[in-house]
Ligand binder design. Structure first.
Ligand code: HEC
Length: 92
């Protein structure tokens, strides 16, 4: 079964918020695709390159395109939102 479906059915029985399921899914996507070159330290270092939500999305797209992953726009925004929630913490 697709992980999203497992999480969704868990959500129905255990009232797990759908948002948490999505966050978990992006986290898996992240672990799988985004940890081979750099760890989370590049997001939190003092001289980090990304300085806004818009530039975060551009950078996620740049790395994703370098990897040839062919993500949809939604995946890019979800990943940027995920990194923002956990690391960058820019105000929208
Ligand atoms: C092929 C190697 C590689 C992979 C895999 C990779 N990146 Fe990167 N990423 C880089 C490089 C190189 C930089 C620039 C780092 C630097 O300037 O020190 C970078 C920088 C970044 C930054 C900016 C960090 C800052 O300074 O604020 C973000 C955000 C980022 N990557 C997101 C991602 C995401 C999301 C993925 C998974 C889709 C990913 N990266 C996978 C090579 C990679």
């Amino acid at each position: 079964m697709h992980p999203r479906l497992i999480l969704l059915s868990l959500g129905l029985t255990a009232a797990l918020p759908i948002l948490a399921a999505e966050d978990k899914e992006v986290a898996d996507l992240y672990q799988f695709n985004c940890t081979s070159c750099h760890g989370a330290e590049v997001y939190t270092r003092t001289d980090r390159k990304v300085t806004s939500l818009a530039s975060l999305e551009s950078q996620v797209r740049r790395c994703e395109q370098n990897l040839g992953l062919k993500w949809f726009d939604d995946d890019i925004t979800d990943m940027a939102a995920y990194l923002n929630t956990h690391y960058y913490k820019f105000k929208p």
